[in-house]
Unconditional design. Sequence first.
Length: 149
Amino acid sequence: MKLLKGITGFDTESTFDLTQLNAVLSNITQPYLKQGELKKPNESSNFYQQKIKDERTKKEFFLIANSTYFIFACVENSRCFDLRFIDFPIDLITQLKATVNSDLVVLNRKEALESVETSDLKDLAESELKQINYWKSKTVGEIIFNCYD
């Protein structure tokens, strides 16, 4: 997967604002329930986190969103350097895309765990490449949703 400049959160500005993100998240409805507040990226993470509960299965997971681009994934937990990607529920994708349509990218488990090839990194800034090498990031998910500081 070709990675765009700024995907790591370094040397870039977001392509969306919090109002736009909240508009997307406001479309989450039954059987999914948002739990708690939206956690914003901090000095050591480049992604937003929203805890979700699936009322059908009673399972909880986190919907995470990259801080630069409208790229979303689902994880079992939101601990830095221990993100366990899970498959994205199809009906949740439909709910999220109701607002932004084609601008929203959903990363499923298989895509998140793909190994990164050198050609995938050609558009990244030097500072991003240094972070990827320093933290030894090997997968698409580790780069798009990282805890570099």
